[in-house]
Design a protein around this ligand. Sequence first.
Ligand code: ADP
Ligand code: MG
Length: 438
Amino acid sequence: MTDQPIPAVAGADPVFSPALSAREGAAAAAGLFTEAFGGEPDGVWYAPGRVNVIGEHTDYNGGPALPIALPHRAHLALRRREDRTIRLVSSQTREAIDVLDLDAIGPKGTPGEVRHWNAYIAGVAWALEREGLGPLTGFDAALSSCVPLGGGLSSSAALESAPAVALDEVDGLGLAGGADDPDDAGRARLVTACVRAENEMAGAPTGGMDQSASLRCRAGHALALDCRTGEVEHVPFDLAAHGLRLLVIDTRARHSLVDGQYGARRTACERSARLLGVELLADVAPAELDAALARVAASGGADADALVRRTRHVVTEIERTRDLAALLGDGRRLTGEKLARVGALMNASHDSLREDYECTCPELDVAVDAARAAGAHGARMTGGGFGGSAIALVDDGAVDAVARTVLDAYAGRGFAAPAFLDAVPSAPAGRLSPGRRQ
Ligand code: ADP
Ligand code: MG
């Protein structure tokens, strides 16, 4: 969200960020396209943002994550060109049309560097060619996204995955498969190109979780992703069928120093792995944790205590993530004792991130505490932390009460009003509407 945050007011109605329906999304993107470029697009493609149910700061340690795709999507109306020009326009930025040359663009820090959000979209075309999937043609594209920006819900991966599936189709790469029959192996290759666009063109050193979620999730399921191998399993997470909702609380807090802190956590994990003689902390088995922590503690460094706690978070979070994925995949209904265990794992994840990984912030902790007090089965921060979003697993009928309790708690602390989202586990990136060219 780019608008100025306003203070939370006790007793006010919670504001939900709506997801555009397929029709609305297609109309918004196609309308902008016609206004900007004239004529009709070849089609409108979409890609969702994501929210991670559990498995935080596990990806770069070689562990698992468990994201779902959101109903909030980036919509991209796109028309293939015969030359190598790329023209882009976004309803969010309301900027003039940006014109790029596919032969001249290059990574951040080089003369071909691409400005702001264009880097994500044009970067995917660039990266697909670098992955040996070209040559591609240029294209005109209009973007309309309802994924909140910078809220930890991966508006950036949505921006990459939409052109990936669009170019896959108009340039005949044949990797994405159809909407009813997605080609998971092909999509894994598209993920690689999207990650490359984000790392090299946009200069954001992220792993592949966000792009995997946007391209490889399934509706009604969570994606059990092995971040080391890229292997996935689709575990049932049909909340509506169980009278449940996953409430996202976008704290609107964007704390500075995030990049430095993120880097510091990664470095700590690498150092701990070196001390333990393993490649990645995922190699530490839960049964060996106590012995491993004793070794780290005995290393004698000034920050040995911090290293112990970072290590404990990562190893226990990996175990919690595996446990939660196994629970969801056990074929039993998500009620009673199973639901309580899912909630307890989410709670334990947050507590570990707060105490051991020290990457929460007052806005996240207050949201989580308020949601739990109002009857959430489980609540935790999600994403990298230091701001961004929290999630709460709640009964259908309790959504309003939980949201109001969070809002009141925010008002009491003088925080900005949070935005809420209903995180229905949704479909991966695909085509929204038939276009001129079939
Ligand atoms: P997140 O992915 O968690 O939302 P990031 O910082 O990774 O946060 O990505 C946010 C960036 O993505 C924005 O700063 C902007 O450059 C770009 N972006 C995302 N969605 C849009 C959009 N609809 N229009 C223009 N830029 C966008
Ligand atoms: Mg991002």
